[in-house]
Design a protein around this ligand. Structure first.
Ligand code: 4AD
Length: 456
């Protein structure tokens, strides 16, 4: 359908004085004695284009003024108030009419209400802005890694091994309920793959295999977690960026993460000004200043042991008590990043018992070379580590956890054939988008959130 993007009408002065055709949905309309006005939005920009209709013309207005109606409008582009382009309509074609029960009426709806209509909420300003930022961030991440010689690899979504070992895998099966099956072994033997299979919680294990060939790789795809935690930061299907680097130790992994975050945030500040102004005004006052501040300072770093000391000294009455060895809960992470450092902070060297089997064991025998990046307002957005590159130590860690070794035979093999120090991390894409938009619930930064009990 031949037409011009509304964004181009706003950005290219050459349209002024020309005839143009635009398409879009009616966001608001106003009818007065001699003229009628329509605010049209086609999704290419947050801004609505004003369509001015002379009521002396033979343009039919009944349907065209209704909220949600889709239109194709042709007319002359002129400069309106504040030199803002608008169109004096010559023809208006109704592409799809919209009845009065259209739920997105003129008032501002709550995000909770909008979650009840995932198919329509994209047509609001908030979602227009969120998804433009998300798209720009995704492109920036690709650009960042591509410019640094990383190879983009696609790791499998269906897998026979559990990377994080936290028992949060969704099972993949084609075998339904069958009363005659006598054992788990018999059940899986009948299944599609002839063994237990699940949706991958992380592409890291395969990513390591690729990094041992191509040196530097990254993945950007969905990961799945059957966590029942019904929190504002967890979804069952999230998008995961996982770089993996050969010939790298923990400080290299940390430096890469900081550079990546700063690159993406700089790009969003440069290209999403309208959207950030909108979030700053409606969702997080001072958001733009926060992002500028983030990229102008070095991130803080502290060890897990120091973090525990800080939490103990805080005098705060945390819901989850703090002891060396405990997992950091969101309240602890937020205290460290918001109240102690007031900025992004890398926490390193966690107790081995609370981290995954693959992390490099530190000489103290108690901790592993792990790193989490905590940011104010959200908490953890990155989790990573240097990997254990020594065959015997890795095997010992797996045996300690009583893991079945068979699904990890190839992974262990990597340590036999030219093993090198290496590491990487996983960035939760939705958590990054929460941080850069100031939107506080993860369900509002992914188009169709999958959470426990909800798959609409
Ligand atoms: O800390 P996690 O579990 O680390 C890994 O999966 C490693 N294999 C990554 C690696 O080293 N290659 O997850 C990494 C990040 C978290 O910091 C968080 O941002 C995000 O993934 N994440 C989730 N995001 C939304 N919903 C969930 N249920 C998430 N679980 C993890």
């Amino acid at each position: 359908m031949k037409h011009t993007d509304i964004k181009d009408i706003f950005t290219d002065k050459a349209f002024i004085g020309q005839t143009a055709t635009v398409c879009g949905w009616v966001r608001t309309s106003r009818d007065s004695k001699n003229v009628a006005f329509i605010e049209l939005n086609d999704g290419t920009t947050l801004k609505h284009l004003q369509i001015v209709i002379d009521k002396a013309s033979d343009i039919a207005l009944d349907e065209a003024l209704k909220l949600g109606t889709s239109l194709r409008v042709t007319g002359k582009v002129v400069e309106g108030r504040n030199e803002t382009p608008e169109i004096n309509a010559e023809t208006i074609e109704v592409l799809g009419s919209c009845p009065a029960e259209y739920p997105l009426q003129k008032k501002r709806h709550t995000l909770e209400f909008l979650r009840t209509m995932p198919h329509l909420r994209g047509r609001t300003n908030t979602f227009n802005a969120v998804f433009r930022v998300r798209s720009v961030a995704a492109a920036a991440l690709h650009e960042f890694f591509q410019s640094k010689n990383f190879v983009y690899v696609n790791t499998p979504l269906i897998t026979g091994s559990d990377c994080e070992g936290a028992g949060e895998m969704f099972q993949v099966t084609t075998v339904g309920f069958d009363q005659t099956v006598k054992s788990e072994e018999e059940y899986f033997a009948k299944d599609f793959f002839g063994q237990r299979a699940g949706l991958s919680v992380s592409g890291q294990l395969e990513g390591e295999m690729a990094a041992m060939a191509f040196g530097k790789i990254y993945t950007f795809g969905p990961s799945f977690r059957a966590e029942k935690s019904n929190t504002p930061r967890h979804v069952a299907e999230f998008w995961h960026i996982e770089p993996e680097v050969a010939f790298a130790e923990l400080p290299d992994v940390i430096a890469l993460a900081e550079e990546m975050i700063k690159f993406v945030v700089r790009r969003i500040l440069d290209t999403c000004k309208t959207e950030l102004d909108f979030f700053d005004q409606h969702f997080e006052k001072g958001l733009i200043a926060k992002l500028e501040e983030l990229i102008s300072h070095e991130f803080a770093t502290c060890t897990y042991t120091q973090a525990i000391e800080l939490l103990k000294k805080s005098g705060k009455d945390f819901q989850y008590p703090v002891e060396w060895g405990c997992d950091l809960a969101t309240e602890h992470e937020r205290y460290i990043s918001e109240e102690v450092f007031g900025k992004a902070v890398f926490v390193t060297d966690y107790p081995k018992e609370i981290k995954s089997f693959y992390m490099k064991q530190n000489p103290d025998g108690k901790t592993v070379a792990a790193v989490d990046l905590l940011v104010p307002g959200v908490g953890e957005i990155i989790g990573g580590s240097e990997r254990e590159a020594d065959y015997d130590k890795l095997l010992a860690a797996m045996n300690e956890r009583k893991m079945s070794l068979e699904p990890y035979a190839d992974y262990l093999d990597l340590r036999k054939f030219g093993s090198v120090p290496h590491g990487g991390f996983g960035l939760g894409f939705e958590r990054l988008i929460m941080y850069v938009t100031g939107i506080s619930n993860i369900r509002d930064v992914i188009f169709f959130p999958r959470t426990v009990g909800n798959i609409r």
